[in-house]
Design a protein around this ligand. Structure first.
Ligand code: AMP
Length: 426
């Protein structure tokens, strides 16, 4: 099966070829023919599967064939994404796919000046890529009307739900004409998604490339059972083995991620961090530095790293395990992009056994153990009030028995009298 057989316009196929895209990925083979027939599509696929082209190409094809110029302040197609980074990535892809056509793509997200975006909308656009919050701002200012938008895409819909965009989505969808084509893509299918699909889609075709919650096979996963305070040393040791390759490290909190990035930099790694306390400019710079290889290790929180598509990422470290099991799937999906292979390494401290179990349950698989052994029995509580990030060795932190410890608690089972496990959700 190639793109010709899917019925796409020849100039679109030529534009794809220019970018080395010649064979459709499975989600593209499954979704494109239905989308070309005007059907609503509900796609279960992760970032990295080629889903942007799966929804983008049929839309672009229809817009090229239709040839109608958009009216001022309207958009002919709308793609909604949960984060600025993902929205930018989608816009970049659509711009590349529409090269040489009359179609105009505009990106509107928070964190950038609104006036420039209002101006860009003035003459109307073919493809509008937006995060929900900023789009609503623009609608409220009458800078955008969706009355002529006949294509709607909700990308990474599960993440949009996680981030609390449901009301924004409902409001936006109500502004589009009823006669439209809607496509929803999601990496996971939580129960709420069915409701979202029922509200937004009409008799959708369901396409799926990976069973829900299962990671792509090309990712080699492993877990190290390691004490919280020994994690940084272990990370440095592992990173050191492949200094030339790109790595993404996930921390749970902004503070912890910032501190870890500084520790890695001090250890001689070309590192950067992205999280909610960084400006959009800093986040963009960190991502482009990673893309260009100037930065080799990027420390990120879940929200900041959502949808990141950097083909060169070979290693993903779950320095802290995510509280939400689905986020593990999202995180490790940042490696093994577009057919490459990748490593996903998880660090599990004693009080993260619950998270690990939840992840394995969601994935319906056991992650192979790289070092240590699953923590058992009563686990001492973690001191509260700390950022949840890495604790410095010998910094006066309490050991398992609550006494100040001058040396790292190495990878061993906690022996002290515990009060039961608590989870930190700092
Ligand atoms: P996505 O899942 O949309 O984020 O796409 C992941 C990456 O795969 C992007 O960098 C795309 O440019 C690339 N890609 C999309 N479709 C194809 C294809 N058919 N062949 C090769 N690469 C592709």
């Amino acid at each position: 099966m190639d793109f010709d057989m899917l019925g796409l316009a020849p100039r679109l196929i030529a534009a794809l070829k220019e970018q080395g895209i010649t064979d459709p990925t499975p989600i593209q083979t499954q979704a494109i023919p239905h989308a070309m027939n005007g059907r609503d599509v509900m796609g279960l696929a992760q970032t990295g599967s080629g889903k942007t082209a799966a929804f983008g190409l049929p839309m672009i094809d229809a817009l090229i064939k239709n040839g109608v110029k958009p009216n001022p302040r309207t958009a002919r197609a709308l793609v909604l994404a949960p984060t600025r980074e993902l929205a930018k990535q989608i816009a970049d892809n659509l711009i590349a796919y529409t090269a040489g056509t009359h179609l105009k793509t505009v990106l509107v997200t928070g964190g950038a000046g609104i006036v420039g975006q209002i101006n860009k909308m003035e003459r109307g656009v073919s493809l509008l890529v937006a995060t929900p919050g900023r789009l609503i701002d623009l609608i409220d200012r009458r800078a955008v009307s969706l009355a002529e938008t006949r294509f709607l895409v909700l990308d990474e819909a599960d993440q949009m739900l996680d981030l609390g965009f449901i009301h924004a989505l409902r409001r936006i969808a109500a502004l589009l004409p009823k006669e439209r084509q809607t496509m929803l893509f999601s990496a996971t299918m939580p129960k709420q998604m069915e409701e979202l699909a029922q509200a937004f889609l009409t008799n959708p075709v369901k396409v799926q490339v990976n069973p829900p919650g299962q990671a792509v096979a090309k990712i080699v996963q492993s877990v190290h059972f390691v004490a919280q305070r020994a994690k940084t040393d272990l990370l440095i040791e592992l990173l050191d083995k492949h200094r030339d390759e790109l790595a993404l490290v996930f921390g749970r909190t902004k503070h912890g991620s910032e501190k870890l990035y500084k520790q890695l930099e001090a250890a001689g790694f070309a590192a950067a961090a992205i999280h909610g306390n960084k400006s959009q400019g800093q986040r963009d710079r960190a991502i482009s530095d990673l893309r260009s290889g100037r930065v080799r290790v990027l420390v990120a929180t879940d929200v900041a790293a959502r949808g990141l598509d950097i083909p060169g990422i070979r290693h993903v470290y779950n320095y802290d395990l995510p509280n939400v099991p689905e986020n593990y799937v999202h995180r490790i999906g940042r490696t093994a992009r577009a057919g490459a292979t990748g490593n996903a390494v998880a660090f599990c401290a004693p009080d993260e056994m619950g998270e690990l179990k939840d992840i394995q349950k969601a994935m319906k698989a056991t992650i192979p153990v790289a070092s240590g052994a699953p923590w058992e029995g009563e686990i001492p509580s973690k001191p509260r009030g700390n950022s949840g990030g890495p604790r410095r060795f010998g910094g006066g932190a309490a050991n398992a028995s609550g006494k100040p410890s001058g040396r790292p608690q190495q990878n061993r089972r906690p022996g002290g009298p515990g009060k039961g496990r608590t989870r930190t959700a700092a």
